[in-house]
Design a protein around this ligand. Structure first.
Ligand code: R5P
Length: 304
């Protein structure tokens, strides 16, 4: 198979990400090629490469449920290299292990640093969306020596919310969400505010809303990069409703929603849940395909 000079190459994907891969390939006007994956009864994988591979290719693999996906990458990338792929871009719309960006307790392993180095040994470029970069400024620092591109869905989220309710107040639950809330608010010409979160454990979260913020009768949209256990959004929803907000909705980039997260958020009083299609979920209403396609239109991918 030949790739037009300077083009991104075909989009390789696993069957579970066929819809996003197909839409991305269509936007890029390249083929989408499926990597076969058989799971043996003991949970090992047998992978099968597409029949023909060019020297430049994109691999779409979101890293939600990261541990098994990382095992797939561990097996697949060397096989792609052996098959002649020289320039390989990972598109991981959700990039896992970014929140452990320092040792919060003595002897804790800094997962972000080590996963980033592993990705840098496997891939020539890594493209993701709204990675949880807090104490590290750029994705290039996470994948040393490689092209790292961190895109943001915040503009698309802000524009979407503005079509639903131009008078909505965007609220970021914590300081870490401030970067996305500010951008979303600017894109949608919306008001915004940022709260403060104190996390006591995986499932224990305390939220402080900004002092002096008058929420009486306001429609509030909680904006965050990721909903995982849903505790952050549930605590924020309860807080804003207790302060007199007329309704509360949620907009996130990555809809992980593990376990009971969604029902927890609903029980906290959230009306609508909106997310991007970075992680397949029933709440997906905003597509990241144009964002990815712009960055991937040429080799190497464009962006910071
Ligand atoms: C952390 O600061 C992130 O921005 C999210 O707020 C957090 O990861 C959400 O996690 P959970 O849904 O488990 O509260």
């Amino acid at each position: 198979m030949t790739t037009p000079r300077g083009g991104p190459g075909p989009v390789l994907h696993f069957a579970d990400e066929a819809p996003l891969a197909g839409a991305l390939a269509q936007a890029l006007r390249v083929p989408s090629l499926t990597v076969g994956c058989h799971r043996f009864p003991d949970d090992e994988f047998r992978l099968t490469l597409p029949s023909s591979l060019p020297a430049t290719a994109v691999l779409l693999r979101g890293l939600q449920q990261p541990n098994e996906k990382l095992a797939q990458l561990l097996l697949l990338v060397p096989a792609l290299r052996e098959a002649g792929v020289e320039r390989l871009t990972l598109v991981a719309p959700y990039l896992a292990y970014m929140r452990q960006d320092m040792a919060f307790l003595p002897r804790e392993v800094v997962s972000q640093r080590h996963l980033g180095r592993a990705l840098a040994t496997w891939f020539d470029a890594v493209v993701t969306v709204d990675p949880h970069l807090h104490r590290v400024a750029t994705l290039a620092e996470v994948v040393p020596g490689r092209k790292g591109v961190a895109l943001s869905a915040a503009d698309a989220i802000g524009a979407f919310v503005a079509t639903r309710d131009p008078s909505a107040l965007l609220l970021g639950p914590d300081e870490e969400s401030a970067q996305w809330v500010r951008a979303a608010a600017a894109a949608g010409s919306l008001e915004h505010a940022v709260g403060r979160k104190i996390r006591h454990g995986d499932h224990e979260v305390e939220l402080r809303l900004p002092q002096g913020l008058n929420l009486r009768g306001r429609a509030v949209v909680l904006v965050d990069d990721v909903a995982s256990t849903g505790r952050t959004l549930a605590a924020a929803a309860e807080g804003v409703l207790a302060q007199g907000a007329s309704r509360v909705d949620v907009a996130v980039t990555h809809a992980l929603f593990v376990g009971e997260a969604e029902s927890l958020i609903r029980r906290a009083g959230v009306s609508e849940i909106w997310s991007t299609d970075s992680v397949p979920h029933a709440s997906n209403v905003i597509t990241i395909v144009p964002l990815l396609a712009r960055a991937l239109a040429a080799w190497p991918p464009v962006g910071r």
